[in-house]
Write a new protein. Sequence first.
Length: 291
Amino acid sequence: MSTDAATGPATVFSDARAVLAESIVWDPAAQLLRWTDITLGTLNTARADGTVMSSVPLPPPLASFQPRASGGFVAALGDTVVLTDEHGTIEREIARVSHGTSGNRFNEGKCDPFGRFLVGSMNVTTGEPDGALYSVEPDGTTRVLRGGFGVTNGMEWSDDGSTMYVTDTSASTIYRGSYGPDGELGELEPFVVGQAHDGLVRDDEGCWWTAIYGGGRVERYGPDGSHLETVTLPVANPTSVAFGGPDTSTLFVATARENLTEEDLEQAPRSGAVFAVPTRVHGFPANTFAG
């Protein structure tokens, strides 16, 4: 594995001015980039040149979404998981959870390599560690894999799906644990600690890219958790990261305007934009929901 610099400078892909852009996904068949603005509840689609084609409203918060194998999307709203068509129109609800407190909502969600939708939750009022990680089967059966999260975030898996990585932003930690076709998550152990890790994505060298919320950067770590590289951004709050582009060598980074003052926004007017970072590595297509 080469450890020389993997990236070029970040440029604005789409000046989305999102309140809270998240769940960024590249569609390799259509050559489109999609992301949600959680706060506004919009599902946004842009062409490969950054031109926004559509911004479809769903009931906010639209916490996260992922592609379905049959077309369309699986999406997490405040406390429900729904299926939509390819345009983002809701077809039906497949799961609903009781968060236990009124301050909790769904947050990051990704599909595992076996066709399930995994979605985390967070407490947006008190910040207490009463969030959880849920697993939603194609038939809607839902179970709690782990509790005790402050802000359940960035998820990824190893090549063979035998290890899952999941982030707790409030604990400044990326964890890892055993995983497999049965969807059971083993005991979690810290993998990378010390920063407000948000979104997470893996490249074809087995390295990990994590957005540092509030830190204005994306960090790259080796397979052993050693730090390799920093990508600086002209904004404070990167959120979600995903590879895309014609050969999946572009790292797309979503960002947020939330929690920023007018003075902050004057100093960082591109806050809420989606950035593109050219790299010499490549990513993988997003896993799909089997339901």
